[in-house]
Design a protein around this ligand. Sequence first.
Ligand SMILES: Cc1cc2nc3c(=O)[nH]c(=O)nc-3n(C[C@H](O)[C@H](O)[C@H](O)COP(=O)(O)OP(=O)(O)OC[C@H]3O[C@@H](n4cnc5c(N)ncnc54)[C@H](O)[C@@H]3O)c2cc1C
Ligand SMILES: NC(=O)c1ccc[n+]([C@@H]2O[C@H](COP(=O)([O-])OP(=O)(O)OC[C@H]3O[C@@H](n4cnc5c(N)ncnc54)[C@H](O)[C@@H]3O)[C@@H](O)[C@H]2O)c1
Length: 458
Amino acid sequence: MKKFDAIIIGSGQAGTPLAFALAVAGKKIAFIEKEHFGGTCLNTGCTPTKAYIASARRMYDTKNGEAFGIHIPAGSKTDLEKVKERKDHLIQSSVKGIQKGIENNENITYFEGIASFIGEKTIGINGNKITADEIYINVGGRPRIPDEYKALDPLDNQSILELTELPGHLVIIGGSYIGLEFGQMFKRFGSEVTIVEKNSAIINREDQDISASIQRTMENEGVAFRLNATCIGVKNLDNGQICVNVTCNKGQPQVIGTHVLLAIGRVPNTDLLNLEKAGIKTNVQGYIEVNDHLETNVPGIYALGDCNGQGAFTHTAYNDFEIIANNKLQGGNRKVSDRILTYGLFVDPPLGRAGMTLTQAKKTGKKLLVGKREMNNIARAKEKGETDGFMRVIVDAETEQIIGASILGVGGDEVISGILNIMTAKQPYTVIRDSVQIHPTVSELLPTLLGTLKPFEN
Ligand SMILES: Cc1cc2nc3c(=O)[nH]c(=O)nc-3n(C[C@H](O)[C@H](O)[C@H](O)COP(=O)(O)OP(=O)(O)OC[C@H]3O[C@@H](n4cnc5c(N)ncnc54)[C@H](O)[C@@H]3O)c2cc1C
Ligand SMILES: NC(=O)c1ccc[n+]([C@@H]2O[C@H](COP(=O)([O-])OP(=O)(O)OC[C@H]3O[C@@H](n4cnc5c(N)ncnc54)[C@H](O)[C@@H]3O)[C@@H](O)[C@H]2O)c1
């Protein structure tokens, strides 16, 4: 049995940089990947969807020139094959970069295949047995497809990105990140889109006014929503179409479409690992349990990225890598609990989020100061003609620190970083309030907003 200094399972957003960092430190690494270098984000997640969103925005612009004094003759249409080609090219250049880096690294031995435990510190891969004192699990997740949907072969985030022809009517089940990003994108490409959500609001983890504002924007573009869908079921019709039962309080009990995209969450790939052979504990949903330093209940075995249930984003997976690299290679003491929750929802206009929602902040019982500004009061947003959304910042009145912010509006995914930085530095909100920002930017409203905070009445 071959022994390595470390085994890394999964070439996702944590495993890949970790393999290179450990190899640079002179460690002999076994690096195992079953499908494609770069994992979900690069191949079927962030990169392709944001590339498609950029194409969809170009399409949107061709239809929205008149108000800006630009006459664009009718007839623009999406060439999905070309959109896909551009995306494939972007992905391939990054995948090749990783592949080359691995092939040229004498400290990394690459295995292509599905790894699984055959003992506490022993991994089986393609009939080989390998071992190491340290094992890093970075296996990510896959779309959740309940049994009742399997026979219907619905689209998921991977297969929808392989389409070369636009769906006539795309019915999306699930109104959260994946459903909303694909929904707006395909509507802009030219498909009819209906989003079916079992909750009473889309992107339900956000404050209600955020969900309502995003829904309004998307409805204005022609996306249909069926909320409170209590009896969701799908069947293929003889004419090749698909019937989705929705049974909501309002509207028809069914939606007839040409394609169905299932976007109802993800499950961790931990079931492929034979974790019981190593005695590694998972929670009921299959996420590997880890401590603040990402170590599992088995000393020397760590879980990073989506599979540990501590984050569901590329930046959280990458931060897991940073925690391990810092603690292992630089004698640091970085912890998962040090990070502040932050993420973007890349609909247009985007949502940038940091820390708590207002609903969560209210539940803390703290005295709060809250400021809210509509985007239609912001000079730059008006100049751009993109005035949907608002920004809200929540401050702990006692410590004067910002504990939450939502920036829904043009540039919101970037503007949020200014707030996140001050939260990370643990400085009071007054630092931004008293700063001078560039005119005309959306960010310049932050000092004004923070200068007019009001005590929040619960
Ligand atoms: C459509 C979509 C859009 C997204 N957009 C964004 C976004 O804009 N911003 C953002 O922050 N996040 C986004 N995400 C989430 C982001 O992609 C994930 O959070 C991130 O990829 C998680 O990284 P990871 O390293 O944990 O796992 P992954 O990137 O999933 O990598 C895990 C790797 O492990 C491999 N693997 C699994 N099991 C085994 C095994 N037994 N043996 C060997 N290899 C194995 C897999 O093949 C995979 O390559 C998006 C996700 C989706 C689906
Ligand atoms: N912008 C980003 O960072 C980004 C973009 C895309 C995906 N992601 C990641 O991908 C992951 C998966 O995203 P997602 O949108 O699939 O999942 P999600 O868990 O965020 O949301 C699932 C949605 O489906 C609904 N739902 C669940 N079961 C349902 C059912 N049976 N019928 C109808 N609706 C149902 C839920 O109420 C929820 O609104 C997320 O964890 C997210 O972090 C992130």
